[in-house]
Design a protein around this ligand. Sequence first.
Ligand code: ASP
Length: 582
Amino acid sequence: MYRTHTCGALRPKNINETVTLSGWVQKSRDLGGMTFIDIRDRYGITQLTFNMETNPVLCEKARQLGREDVVQVRGHVIERSSKNPNMPTGEVEVTVSQLTVLNKSKLPPFTIEDETDGGEEIRMKFRYLDLRRNPLKNNLILRHKLAIETRKYLDNLDFIEIETPYLIKSTPEGARDFIVPSRMHPGEFYALPQSPQTFKQLLMVSGYDRYFQIVRCFRDEDLRADRQPEFTQIDCEMSFVEREDILTMFEGLTKHLFKSLINITLDDFPHMLYDDAIRLYGSDKPDIRFGMQFVELNQVLQNSGFKVFDEAELVVGINVPGASNYSRKQLDQLIDFVKRPQVGAKGLVWVKYNEDGSIKSSVDKFYTPEQLKSCFEIAKGKPGDLLLIMAGETNSTRNALNVLRLEMGDRLELRKKNEFAPLWVIDFPLLEWDEEHQRFHAMHHPFTSPSGNTIEELNDNPSAIKANAYDLVINGIELGGGSIRIHDRTLQEKMFELLGFSQEEAESQFGFLMGAFEYGAPPHGGIAFGLDRVAAVLSGEESIRDFIAFPKNNAGRDVMIDTPSAIAEEQLTELKLKHDKN
Ligand code: ASP
């Protein structure tokens, strides 16, 4: 038997027992006649003691142990003379009588501690060592519990988990597909699913009514901190539902996850129109933990001779509470911040409402103090506040001010890690105009139904049509999104037509789905959550990478197994990706 207890199990009640433990050497200390070794496994750490006087041979053997060696020990549990209240096993230690080295370890390339000295790259290369560290271990345990709680909750409400295929035909969800060549059908390819979208809709046609799946999705996109080429969704679909039914159901799931996993009780989620989110926060995923809503100032600030504002499509600002004491240097820093290419603004105007009621600004030449004070009135500012104003083309100005607002939220420490502000963003536009290709794209995906419009209305002004789509946003992060779907062949055909598909293209790519709609497709809708992201948000983290056991790096590579990588000539030939010279 390798062990009677784990390294996290022993307590005062075990005193006087003889136990066997197995684990990794975390660290060792020699103190005069005694050697102390901490032995670690997934469950915790136990202190072992070796006595030079009573057992010099064994003690000498213990002194030879290196970090991360795997050992088995047998010994006697005793009360510790100096207890460690920070360790669950801190009241006891084991005096060892037998020590077996199960396997030596090379010196690890970084320390296996909560705070490691290893850089990103080396830790990715030795991911199996990085995963020994507590922060990663705790992330994976949280992720596991998240999956369990999701399954429990949905199972209780009659949802059935059904697997859908990974080798499919491309589903357009806005990203590129990963492609898998078929050996048996040379020149033909499968695609890995960007999501099980069409399959879950087909399951509704089949009458499954309430479906979910914790499922891997694949998207060949440029990577960012919160993106991975393969990621996991909690994918859901329901029949005979309207938008409110879906929002209520999955607000319930979200509340359950927060309560059961981090003991946070969430209030009911407010609903915000997409148009309002854009107008007030410059983002379709606003962080509403703090205010600083956008105030549009065209009315007050245009036509006073300041060219930058006069020529702008939009003049818009945020009132930063209590920041009128910002120094010249701090203001210059903000100007540099917005001019960085990532933000892309041309400049920034500041107006201080000093505590004594006076006004000072970077545009004093053009405006009277009364004019500037009226901006604070509109923004509900008060003495002591600072107004930051940007101007230019509407979309890019809003985007830039959104970045600045979040930055100010960070600087003023208003984006608290342990505070959660969820909301539903609703009424997205159905279509998005693509300047480059001069055509419409579906903002969500082509299976999303327009909200309340008839087919005729779709023709008149496509860009004004709203989608019956919704996103769940928490703290500025999109955790999930979905829609009520089209379930009627004619409307789906119309949708493909708007998106620039010819009838033949629509038929060859989606004939199976439109065909299914002709056999009694029920009204249906659904949603998908990013499971990796939910796990990260529950932990107050931004990056999803450390919630995935074996993620890809920023360049989409797995540096541990070294992939993507070349394949053998033979394989290429067999797949007809390269022609045999003979
Ligand atoms: N398939 C969608 C996505 O992956 C989610 C949905 O509409 O249910 O974003």
